[in-house]
Design a protein around this ligand. Structure first.
Ligand SMILES: Cc1cc2nc3c(=O)[nH]c(=O)nc-3n(C[C@H](O)[C@H](O)[C@H](O)COP(=O)(O)O)c2cc1C
Length: 380
């Protein structure tokens, strides 16, 4: 029986050999937004994981839109030149197609790297002013952002467009907008973080207006052949937050706007994770996330079924059999893996072995192909 995970798929005109995607993963190792030698090694490693698509980490469209001082950006010529070096290296040595996630951290910007604590930057850490739909802090350890005026929104929209043009110039095969995890675009959509009283707040359609303006503006500068996707939220996991039905409505709207796929993630809208707490709005709030294998897959399945857009599932997918079943049972079109790929950067090769699939390997490593093992002559 042929493997569903190792069957090809097309997104716009991009042909992918299999359904395995390396999920975007911040490395907090950039220098004023510019990729460093760390990215060279890290991304080249993952470009040979057997995944057909490697999505570069959240890459911020404005300097103040970075999560941390170490986050990647694409807001300057220096950023573009540094990333060009990494892309060229990955093309030379790797087999995966390359995508990039464009992001703005909004009220979650100006934070410490995870290994420095992951909280808002302290006064001595060179913090910066953050912007968001409303002046509500992400949590008690973060400063309140400034509520965005119309010209802030125009600037951020134009910054997304400018970064998308840079990504296009760099030759990326796919572009993905970060609309999840509590960052700026998600924070416009969620009633938890958007308390605006103008035409960008209130009803669901109004909260969606700004993210949609960004998506449309980016789509308008990309050739139709290039896939544009978005990472969206399946649930805010909190009372009064976004639900799976909101994810379906968003996916339908993005499809109409010309997006080619969505990746359904969840959570991250508030700092009150897994613990009771009084939110800054004075309400008792808690994010209850039932973590377990494939815990976000039901969201992807619902979005795929009801919105009819190519859908990627992510979150605690670790084994080849689990990934195969999700695709074979029609719950998602693609699978993204993050931590499992860091743990086993040849995850795709090993999955191919388990599922009798084929993966591309660089010629230097061709002799690692298991089918060559039995009785194969070893000649150096
Ligand atoms: C080190 C690390 C960095 C991450 N950075 C990003 C990111 O830049 N953008 C994003 O959308 N998700 C990011 N995530 C979330 C992952 O892409 C993924 O959705 C999440 O880890 C769940 O998948 P997993 O169980 O396979 O790890 C990150 C996760 C990790 C572990």
């Amino acid at each position: 029986m042929t493997s569903a995970l190792f069957s090809p798929i097309k997104l716009a005109d991009l042909a992918l050999d299999n359904r395995i995607v390396v999920s975007p993963m911040c490395q907090y190792s950039a220098d004023d937004g510019s990729a460093t030698d760390w990215h060279l090694g890290h991304l080249a490693m993952l470009a040979n994981s057997g995944a057909s698509l490697l999505v570069v980490e959240a890459t911020h469209v404005e300097r103040r839109g970075r999560i941390t001082h170490g986050c990647l950006g694409l807001y300057s010529d220096d950023n573009e030149a540094a990333l060009a070096r990494v892309v060229a290296h990955c093309r030379r040595v790797g087999t995966a197609k390359l995508g990039i996630q464009l992001a703005h951290a909004g009220r979650k910007a100006s934070s410490q790297r995870p290994w420095e604590g992951g909280l808002g930057l302290k006064r001595e850490d060179d913090p910066w002013e953050t912007i968001a739909p409303s002046a509500i802090a992400f949590g008690n350890e973060w400063s309140a952002p400034r509520a965005m005026a119309r010209d802030d929104m125009e600037r951020v929209r134009d910054a997304f467009v400018a970064s998308a043009k840079r990504a296009l110039r760099l030759g990326f095969d796919a572009i993905e907008l970060h609309m999840a995890h509590g960052y700026l675009l998600h924070s416009f959509m969620s009633p938890i973080s958007n308390h605006r009283t103008d035409e960008y707040g209130g009803a669901a359609g109004a909260r969606l207006r700004f993210p949609l303006e960004v998506a449309r503006a980016v789509r308008a500068v990309l050739p139709r052949s290039l896939p544009l996707g978005a990472r969206i939220t399946g649930s805010d996991w909190t009372e009064g937050g976004l639900t799976p039905d909101d994810a379906v409505a968003l996916a339908k709207t993005l499809k109409e706007a010309g997006l080619d796929y969505v990746c359904v993630s969840s959570g991250g809208i508030t700092a009150d994770v897994m613990r009771g707490g009084t939110g800054l709005d004075g309400r008792q709030r808690v994010q209850r996330i039932p973590l377990g294998p494939g815990y976000q897959v039901p969201f992807a399945e619902k979005v795929r079924r009801e919105a009819g857009i190519a859908t990627r599932a992510v979150g605690l997918i670790a084994t080849a059999q689990q990934a195969e079943a999700i695709v074979a049972e029609g719950k998602a079109d693609m699978i993204a893996l993050a931590r499992a790929m860091l743990d086993d950067p040849r995850w795709g090769w090993h999955a191919a072995q388990a599922l009798a699939g084929e993966v591309k390997r660089p010629p230097q490593y061709a002799r690692a192909a298991p089918k060559l093992w039995p009785g194969a002559a070893y000649r150096a």
